[in-house]
Design a protein around this ligand. Structure first.
Ligand SMILES: C[S@@+](CC[C@H](N)C(=O)[O-])C[C@H]1O[C@@H](n2cnc3c(N)ncnc32)[C@H](O)[C@@H]1O
Length: 282
């Protein structure tokens, strides 16, 4: 019997190229069987029988195809995250980068930070917790931590701000009590921290950056970790250029370790700390 859920090699490669172009995501050899399943899952939801039709639909530039990409992206992305992931990098932020940003902005008291590829919110909330800790007169500041992600389901979870202990693999219990209400192994983020973070559904590859309408511009820091590991090299370069234009001069970019190896970083100066490198916009 003919396997109905089959993509020809040629069509599968065309899907892989289209996905890389639209989302930056690199589909590896070992992920190709799962990709086929995901494509057929979406086709079923759309009541489409022919994969070529689904491909053509994704290629369209319409509101409907835009919405479909958001649904497909939910299936394609890995949203693994937890609070204070990589303590060393958080130490660099807490001890060196945030104090400098605070000093630099003390006159106009505005700080704008972005967690790019924020998944279900653990990263931007961790950043907000550190900022709340080290800025005593926080209510006098105009401070926003943006959390942006292509995955709308992860963002719903982020907006809700409710976690289980699995999101605290790396977390100090004392801070947990201060910033979360804990009921039956459910952790509700405090109102104060929740209000510091603004979530946006954004595709780093396709959507425009900077965005004056959403204040996603002149940023002091972009944290983009464990995102580029899933990207095609050319997509990383594309997003890196957008980050450059979205940071203010002397603004910082923090990625996961070696996620920028092989990239042209001539627009940035690299600062070296024992725990991590961090890039500063020239
Ligand atoms: C593994 S998670 C990393 C979460 C967090 N930064 C951390 O390090 O814990 C990667 C996130 O990047 C997001 N992502 C992947 N491609 C994206 C794109 N083109 N635009 C925006 N977000 C993207 C995924 O949806 C996912 O939530």
């Amino acid at each position: 019997m003919k396997n109905v859920e089959h993509l020809s090699g040629e069509l599968r490669q065309a899907f892989i190229r289209l996905i890389a172009k639209y989302t930056g995501l690199k589909i590896r050899e070992r992920e190709q069987a799962a990709l086929t399943e995901k494509i057929f899952l979406r086709m079923k939801a759309l009541k489409l029988a022919i994969p070529e039709k689904y491909y053509l639909f994704l290629e369209e530039i319409t509101i409907d195809s835009f919405k479909e990409w958001r649904k497909l992206a939910v299936l394609l992305t890995n949203t693994e995250s937890y609070f204070f992931r990589d303590q060393g990098q958080f130490n660099v932020l807490r001890n060196h980068i945030f104090p400098e940003i605070i000093k630099r902005n003390r006159n106009h008291r505005t700080i704008r930070i972005c967690s790019a590829g924020c998944s279900s919110g653990e990263e931007p909330y961790s950043l907000a917790i550190v900022l709340r800790e080290i800025i005593p007169d926080l209510d006098q500041w105009n401070l926003v931590v943006f959390g942006v992600d292509i995955n709308q389901e992860a963002l719903k979870k982020a907006e809700a701000g409710i976690y289980t202990s699995w999101s605290f693999r790396n977390f100090n219990v004392e801070i947990k009590q201060q910033d979360f209400l804990v009921i039956n192994d459910q952790y509700f983020i405090s109102r104060q921290i929740r209000q510091m973070v603004k979530f946006l559904n954004l595709n780093l590859v396709k959507d425009a950056l900077p965005q004056s309408s959403s204040q996603l511009r002149d940023l002091d820091l972009i944290v983009c970790r464990n995102v580029f590991i899933y990207f095609e090299t050319s997509a990383i370069a594309q997003v890196l250029d957008k980050f450059y234009h979205t940071l203010q001069p002397l603004g910082y970019l923090l990625t996961g370790h070696s996620e920028l190896s092989g990239q042209n970083l001539s627009q940035f100066q690299t600062q070296v700390f024992p725990e991590s490198l961090i890039y500063q916009r020239l």
